[in-house]
Design a protein around this ligand. Structure first.
Ligand code: 2P0
Length: 330
């Protein structure tokens, strides 16, 4: 009745931005991501009569309110499948700052879903596991897989065809790197969930996002399969800027960028001009992630570490999918 799982965070190269069903977490568009080796969450879940109610601790702090409700909802999904009413104790640890635009909800809900299903003795195929994880947090469905994953948006109302699948394992492209820099580790004020919903409701750019995202998906999918770095970086950078354009033009506007974010984007452009080919991508937060080839990763990381704006740098490559672990947290 107790299990531990680790899942890595993932960064989208074509972003998930907008839902068509908020309860089931069904997206407006498909998305493609790279699972990162350097950023991960480990979660232990135990179901037992001795727990009177669900108790959740993340990074040493007991969680309450909306954060607790989201975990309890996910536990309820798993309990329903296992036909049990047992309460759970859940302890989770991230090796990076959470809720700062580094996809902690992706690794967090992927690890939670795997640990909870295993603890209750359920044997679930990856596709189904990704659909379960999706209902905790959309991007979590992609963290079930290592390497490169696509979350296929699906069209059914019940979400039965909205799941992630692997495009290529991590061994497919070890020469690709992603440098994740942290410019401010503060938790963000507008969560992605609220930002996304408001953008769909009133950004005049949202229609353009949907009209052009299929092209980005095609370019990024092909770039991954054929290991075409320039095509990958160009398409991913454009896609991130388009997503932020929808946020900048929603009312009230959402601007996740900090002055440090712009400085970092300019630095990436400068390095690129100097002949160090690299591209940026940015999610629901101020952090800039740099896509580059491994041969340049050391040089780029050194430049970035030297910037006053940057607090921390993680040099990542494609990482593993969600997996069971024997390192129990309690
Ligand atoms: C992504 N993001 O594809 C996009 C890009 C943020 C920007 O997935 O409401 O925490 O839990 O489904 O997964 C962040 O959104 O949102 C996200 P919910 P989630 O990575």
């Amino acid at each position: 009745m107790k299990a531990t799982a680790t899942a890595n965070s993932n960064i989208a190269l074509v972003k998930y931005w907008g839902k068509r069903d908020e309860r089931l977490i069904l997206p407006q568009n498909s998305s493609i991501s790279m699972t990162l080796d350097g950023l991960y969450t480990t979660t232990t879940a135990e179901f037992s009569e001795k727990h009177r109610k669900d108790e959740v601790t993340i990074d040493g702090k007991k969680v309450a309110g909306e954060e607790l409700d989201r975990v309890v909802r996910q536990l309820n999904l798993v309990r329903r499948l296992a036909k049990t009413h047992l309460s759970a104790k859940v302890t989770s640890k991230n090796n990076f700052p959470k809720a700062a635009g580094l996809a902690s909800s992706a690794s967090g809900f992927a690890a939670l879903t795997l640990a909870a299903t295993k603890a209750l003795g359920l044997h679930i195929e990856k596709k189904e596991l990704s659909m379960l994880a999706r209902q905790g947090s959309g991007s979590a469905c992609r963290s079930i897989y290592g390497g490169f994953a696509e979350w296929v948006k699906g069209s059914h109302h019940d979400g039965s065809d909205s799941y992630a699948k692997q495009l290529a394992p991590k061994e497919h492209w070890p020469e690709l790197a992603m440098i994740v820099s942290v410019v401010t580790a503060e938790e963000k004020k507008v969560k992605s969930r609220a930002g996304m919903s408001q953008t769909v409701a009133n950004s005049p750019m949202y229609r353009a996002w949907l009209e052009t995202v299929e092209e980005d998906l095609k370019n990024v999918r092909e770039a991954i399969m054929e290991r075409k770095f320039t095509q990958l970086g160009t398409a991913a950078e454009l896609n991130a800027l388009k997503m932020h354009a929808t946020m900048h033009t929603t009312t009230p506007h959402i601007i996740y960028w900090q002055p440090e974010t712009i400085t970092m984007m300019k630095e990436v452009m400068q390095m690129h001009e100097e002949g160090i080919e690299c591209y940026f991508t940015i999610d629901g937060g101020p952090q800039v992630k740099i896509v580059c080839m491994d041969k340049n990763a050391g040089k780029i990381a050194k430049r970035v570490k030297g910037m006053a704006e940057v607090e921390k740098v993680y040099v990542c490559h494609a990482g593993e999918g969600a997996r069971l672990s024997n390192k129990e947290l309690f």
